[in-house]
Design a binder for this molecule. Structure first.
Ligand code: ACO
Length: 460
């Protein structure tokens, strides 16, 4: 790959990260496996170790993120999102033939027409984009799942086939003696090893969720979805299916880097949510649906949309961005896009996304004011809270400005996060499933015992 401006920006960010964190104590020790283990647990399971994993590692003190042993910043320079997905799922970078086979599957799985047909039967324009995305993954389940479609049904179960326009009912419609439906027995066939292991579902979800997200963006803008283009990469397809035109080299490359940076991040809330569901042996489609639901919250993936709305407010604020920060902090507000449960230094993803946003606004001068305001807010927050509370920008801080430059509506920022994170969710579900044990922590009971029931009339 030629060394382009974007790679040079990432390399510079990586160099800065190395210099600034050279004195930080780093824990790179591979932990010995074996259970049970001792750890100190805080509320929200802080500090709890829930499983072993080789998928990725977040080094909070160094501000580093590793996928399968590779530094993400290296991957951003040399790799691409498709290769990173393969790496996360299979543990190794693909050979030429493995990669071409994977890409063929991705091309195939990007077309989710039957899912989109079902989704378009709903008022997508009235729904939240994340809610529509979760619904879409449910429809993908119908399209593909081994449980519903591929002959895994227990013996004797039949499916009802009805006209597309009619709704099957148990009760005969008025005036008819009996309702007639055609019962069709599913053909049983042996699943391929990839289907049986769930790998096929992972590929399907990684490819298909992107198409659904793009379709939601179009539908919410009053436009019809666009078919994926088999000639384009995952990142380029995503932008193409949203904006209706092939992206420029820089736009595609920056979208690709954003997808790589968001692909996995340890046992974060949405990953854990999807793993909890998968651990019940529910399928990957339901599990990814739970990941999407967890990611939606403003303390997690929902923060990127919140950041851009807040920065718009900063622009409209009558004082300076610095004064805005002082005012917000005096009210004890949390500034979206800052702070992290694990990083106690700069989030490595923000280190890259900041300069990439700066690069993009050069070709989108209308976004320069918001970028400048963001820089001022960052400087003030870090000066006030950096040393004392270890509050620095996180991945969500600059991603919104980038997405806005790439033509995405704010409602789509969190869905785009999900489009990327499906790789991490599925890789970790697959890994955990190999030695599955249903998640079942306990609550510390702090309630009453032995209370006497009082009838409603006697209650005060
Ligand atoms: N702005 C100002 N102060 C903050 C911020 C912030 N964004 N984040 C944390 N603090 C302060 C808290 O007020 C608290 O101060 P205190 O000790 O005086 O009470 C201290 O730092 C510790 O904060 P906690 O909320 O306890 O930290 P926790 O690890 O539980 O939360 C979280 C991390 C949820 C990310 C938090 O920093 C936050 O709410 N940030 C804003 C939302 C956000 O950007 N979320 C995206 C996170 S990245 C992701 O999920 C992809």
């Amino acid at each position: 790959m030629k060394m382009d401006t974007i790679s040079a920006i990432i390399l510079e960010a990586a160099e800065n990260a190395k210099t600034e964190t050279k004195d930080a104590t780093s824990s790179r020790k591979v932990m010995s496996s074996g259970w049970p283990i001792k750890c100190t647990i805080g509320p929200g399971l802080e500090g709890a170790i829930a499983c072993d994993s080789k998928v990725g590692y977040v080094n909070g003190s160094k501000g580093a993120l590793i996928y399968r042993g590779y530094d993400i910043l290296d991957l951003c320079v040399h790799s691409n999102y498709e290769e990173v997905c393969y790496l996360l799922i299979h543990g190794e970078l693909p050979t030429k033939s493995q990669f071409s086979e994977f890409n063929e599957k991705m091309k195939d799985f990007r077309s989710v027409n039957s899912t989109l047909r079902k989704l378009m039967g709903f008022p997508v324009e009235e729904m939240g984009a994340m809610s529509a995305l979760r619904l879409g993954t449910n429809f993908m389940r119908h399209e593909m799942t081994q449980l519903d479609k591929r002959g895994f049904k227990p013996k004797g179960v039949a499916t009802i086939s009805a006209d597309e326009d009619s709704i099957p009912m148990e009760t005969p419609p008025t005036g008819e003696k009996s309702a007639k439906y055609e019962f069709k027995r599913q053909k049983r066939r042996k699943p391929s090893p990839d289907e049986a292991s769930g790998v096929e579902a992972c590929y399907h979800l990684i490819a298909g969720v992107a198409t659904i997200a793009a379709a939601i963006s179009r539908l919410q803008g009053g436009l019809l979805p666009i078919e994926p283009d088999p000639e384009l990469s995952h990142a380029a397809n995503l932008l193409y299916m949203i904006n209706g035109e092939r992206p420029s080299y820089d736009d595609e490359r920056i979208m690709d880097v954003a997808l790589i940076l968001h692909a996995d991040h340890g046992m974060n809330a949405s990953t854990f949510a999807s793993m909890v569901v998968a651990s019940t042996l529910s399928d990957f489609y339901f599990s990814v649906g739970s990941g999407i639901a967890a990611l939606n919250g403003p303390l997690h993936g929902g923060a990127n949309e919140e950041v851009i709305r807040v920065l718009d407010k900063v622009l409209a604020y009558e004082g300076t961005p610095e004064q805005w920060v002082t005012e917000e902090l005096s009210k004890k507000s949390k500034i979206p896009g800052f702070g992290h449960r694990v990083y106690k230094t700069y989030d490595p993803r923000a280190r890259v996304l900041g300069p990439l946003a700066e690069h993009l606004v050069k070709s989108h001068p209308d976004q320069k004011p918001i970028f400048d305001a963001a820089k001022k807010v960052e400087k003030k927050v870090v000066a006030t809270l950096g040393k004392e509370k270890k509050i620095f920008p996180n991945v969500d801080y600059y991603s919104g400005i980038i997405y806005r430059c790439l033509g995405l509506a704010p409602e789509m920022y969190t869905p785009i996060f999900a489009v990327s994170r499906v790789a991490g969710w599925t890789a970790r579900m697959l890994e955990y499933g190999a030695n599955n044990r249903i998640f079942r922590p306990r609550a510390r009971y702090t309630g009453h015992f032995d209370r006497e029931y009082a009838p409603i009339k006697k209650r005060k």
